[in-house]
Design a protein around this ligand. Sequence first.
Ligand SMILES: Cc1cc2nc3c(=O)[nH]c(=O)nc-3n(C[C@H](O)[C@H](O)[C@H](O)COP(=O)(O)OP(=O)(O)OC[C@H]3O[C@@H](n4cnc5c(N)ncnc54)[C@H](O)[C@@H]3O)c2cc1C
Length: 415
Amino acid sequence: MTRAHIIGAGLAGLSAAVQLAQKGVGITLYEQANQAGGRARSFHDSHLDRTIDNGNHLLLSGNYSALDFLAIINASGRLIGPDNARFDFADLETDDRWTINFNRGPVPLWVLYEQSRVPGTSMMDYVAGLKLLTAGNRSVASLFGDQGQMYRRFWEPFSVAVLNTEPNEAVARLLLPVIRETLAKGAEYSKPLVARNGLSDTFVDPALKWLERRKADIRFGQRITSLENDGKQITAIKTARTTEIVEKGDLVVVATPPWVTPTLVEGVEAPDEYAPIVNLHFQVDGFSEAKTDTPMLGLVGSPAHWLFVRDDIISVTVSAAYGLVEKSAREIAAIIWPDVAKVFELDAKSTPPVRVIKEQRATFRTTPQQLNRRAPAKTPFKNLALAGDWTDTGLPATIEGAIRSGVTAVKTLQR
Ligand SMILES: Cc1cc2nc3c(=O)[nH]c(=O)nc-3n(C[C@H](O)[C@H](O)[C@H](O)COP(=O)(O)OP(=O)(O)OC[C@H]3O[C@@H](n4cnc5c(N)ncnc54)[C@H](O)[C@@H]3O)c2cc1C
């Protein structure tokens, strides 16, 4: 029987494994860490005594690859969000608050009415979004930077969240596929979604269980160090101590991050510049979603970008966090907490217990040079395909991109 060897149990590897197992292919999954999930994982934090995610992850209801994946592994209900496509914002410089509430259907009627637009913007500001269609390699800032509040309150936060790159460097056109699959299709496709009980509970544990039920051989603590080939096919997979023979007819998917895959597969180019994300998880005694009508809030005029409330944890995301990532956890918390306290009317002077997580290589930098380095799923080896958020999915480095890359890798192997 055909066996598939999947290297890397992040969401791209899990997605490929699930696709192949669904077709009755036997799975061996190799993961260097002692847990799956890669850059989207949960863990128990002993300092806070809570299970937290390495970073808040936001999806949209138009992320069909992610939703299909969850449906297969029987975990659809674990991604939750409001009934409408509502996004609340606060501007901490001006104290303005507003809500963008996308309407149903592809015609954006909400931009017609001043009270439903971003404050300080006109209808023509939204029409200018069409510049994306001919943006070439222009950055978000060079395309929209002269648009005043429309830039500051919409394009800048939106692009930093999606592209995780400074707006004066980030390639604007990579926003297009995201907009096409979500915002441009209306509210049904634009609802914010978050993991109900954390990323592992939503994406990872159900996938592992589903694979185990199909007798997948899941090997943690196995760092693959090299692949052998005969010029046409991958023939063996090696760790420092073991060699696994890849039998004739077997398949291999390498779903490792961009800084690893080129070390395993000769001739593969991958993005080699990365952008950090800093997440802070504040544990606030007595606080909960019930104490706020904005459990998810975008910030403008603050070093913090997004706030998420789950139980008594207020989590903060700072994307493209170059200015913060080199600072100590204590310094970062001292910079961020006063803004969080201001938003939720808490005591700015006493910082609650906090865990600061710095992901130095959260995603690749979305610059023209780095986009050129994205590799296709297909390789010169007949039985090998690549997956990962950094492969040439046409999407930014996101959960949706990672999961779709696993689907594409499997399709490539079946051609
Ligand atoms: C803090 C943070 C916030 C984010 N926010 C969002 C968000 O809001 N929305 C969103 O959609 N996306 C977000 N992302 C991006 C998203 O997490 C990633 O795009 C996605 O998880 C990448 O999955 P992947 O499988 O491609 O790679 P990875 O998750 O990196 O998986 C690769 C796996 O390969 C393993 N591996 C590496 N080398 C070897 C080896 N030699 N042998 C065996 N195994 C190996 C690794 O341990 C890892 O488990 C965020 C990322 C971070 C870090």
